[in-house]
Design a protein around this ligand. Structure first.
Ligand SMILES: Cc1ncc(COP(=O)(O)O)c(C=O)c1O
Length: 419
């Protein structure tokens, strides 16, 4: 038998080991910006089960509708003609597109199946939007801080970033306007308006309206990313940017990852035909289509079960976990540390005093001593990293682990010389 790794060698105990690489490939320039993220390495350290992890952006696996998913997968596999196991239209299964359009319409963003492109998670839409709109050196405006996964998706398009600071109402519109005035070739404003990742902050209605006005005035496309939108546990639902859009300049991204299960990898884009068609072409080029089986199962789930009722349960569970976490933080953290109190989503964002480095603290103290992980905030900044922040997830750990982990973190913080 040959050793299959072409440059590999057989070791004496029958293992094929790669020989040290002898090639020096010429990588495309865009690969300069495709680098492993520091948080992956830190999170890998936090994967030890003895560590309480507030790191990932994971939904609570105990809330996954396992039995219902098992039933729909079983049923779609048995469908006559094997339709669910066959290739499908690259824009998505017609029934699922209709269902997504109905969900969007019920949420105040009227659209039809023709306006929907089914994606392999909303992450794919981030990649498509940048590849469709951004040439090297063009500018993407993003919140400061912003979703790290979006930067990872945008980077291969070699953008420059303009980062717009936020306050308790989301991206600051005076500073957005300044960024639009001072930067040439702004191709896209990227925003997570509902319970932003990483801060948990929601963009106010007045700012949503202003953002659309500014996008109009400066003729820029808006990329609205809403995976947490339906995980609201306080306050009123606010209109999507897409629903305020009069000229077809908003690309809206949605996802079943947080309201159903992320493993289905099903998200969607709603956009004007001129944009959606181009994204559809990128879809054909990239992966032909989203998994037929997963689309069919998601679609049958929506037909058979009450997604709204399932979401009501998720909201109650995450509201409770958020409260448990914030109560524990108030009780155990030093006074100087502030955290956001989100109305939904999966995260709170901690701000430590200037001079505190959350990455150093995690490696030196939180992981080895408190046995707790979070995501140090630095990587969420597109332009200038600020080290005195952390993103803390409350959806994945149990309430007991939240109490235990926050108490341990609080003790470690109090014993640490915070500047
Ligand atoms: C803000 C934001 N956008 C997009 C995604 C990607 O979600 P998915 O590809 O699972 O739909 C995530 C995932 O955590 C996210 O937090």
């Amino acid at each position: 038998m040959r050793c299959l790794a072409s440059a590999g060698v057989w070791l004496s105990h029958g293992v094929c080991a790669p020989r040290e690489s002898v090639v020096t490939p010429h990588f495309a320039e865009r690969m300069d910006l495709v680098q492993p993220s520091a948080i992956r390495e830190l999170l890998a350290l936090g994967a030890d089960p003895s560590i309480i992890s507030f790191g990932g952006g994971y939904p609570d696996a105990l809330l996954f509708p396992k039995d219902q998913l098992e039933a729909v997968f079983r049923e779609v596999i048995q469908q006559p003609g094997g339709a669910a196991m066959q290739y499908a239209p690259s824009v998505g299964l017609p029934r699922l597109r209709e269902q997504v359009a109905a969900l969007m319409t019920a949420d105040g963003t009227p659209c039809t199946a023709a306006d929907v492109l089914i994606l392999q998670g909303s992450q794919q839409g981030l990649d498509f939007a940048a590849r469709m709109l951004v040439d090297p050196g063009d500018v993407i405006i993003a919140e400061d801080p912003t979703f790290l996964g979006a930067l990872i998706a945008f980077n291969p398009s070699q953008p420059r970033y303009a980062a717009v600071p936020m306050d308790g109402e989301g991206m600051r519109m005076d500073l957005l306007e300044a960024a639009l005035q001072t930067n040439r070739k702004v191709r896209m404003i990227y925003t997570v308006p509902d319970f932003q990742n990483p801060t948990g902050v929601t963009l106010s209605v007045a700012r949503r309206q202003r953002l659309i006005e500014l996008a109009e005035a400066y003729d820029v496309i808006v990329l609205e990313d809403t995976p947490y939108r339906h995980i609201r546990f306080a306050g009123e639902t606010l209109p999507t940017l897409k629903s305020l859009d009069r000229s077809g300049r908003v690309i809206h991204l949605g996802s079943f990852s947080k309201v159903l299960v992320p493993g289905l990898r099903i998200g969607w884009a709603i956009a004007a035909p001129v944009l959606l068609e181009r994204m559809g072409l990128l879809k054909v080029a990239q992966d032909t289509q989203t998994s037929t089986l997963n689309m069919a199962a998601a679609s049958l789930f929506l037909d058979r079960y009450d997604l709204g009722a399932h979401i009501t349960g998720l909201r109650a569970a995450y509201r409770r976990k958020k409260e448990v976490m914030l109560d524990a933080i108030r009780q155990h953290f030093p006074q100087e540390v502030t955290v956001t109190d989100p109305e939904g989503g999966l995260f709170t964002w901690a701000t430590f005093p200037d001079g505190f480095d959350a990455a150093v603290f995690m490696l030196d103290v939180a992981l080895p001593q408190a046995r707790v992980a979070y995501v140090p905030g630095g990587s969420f900044f597109a332009v200038t990293q600020r080290a005195n922040h952390a993103r803390i997830n409350f959806s994945a750990p149990s309430e007991d682990r939240i109490r235990e982990g926050i108490a341990a973190l609080g003790r470690a913080l109090k014993a640490y010389p915070i500047p």
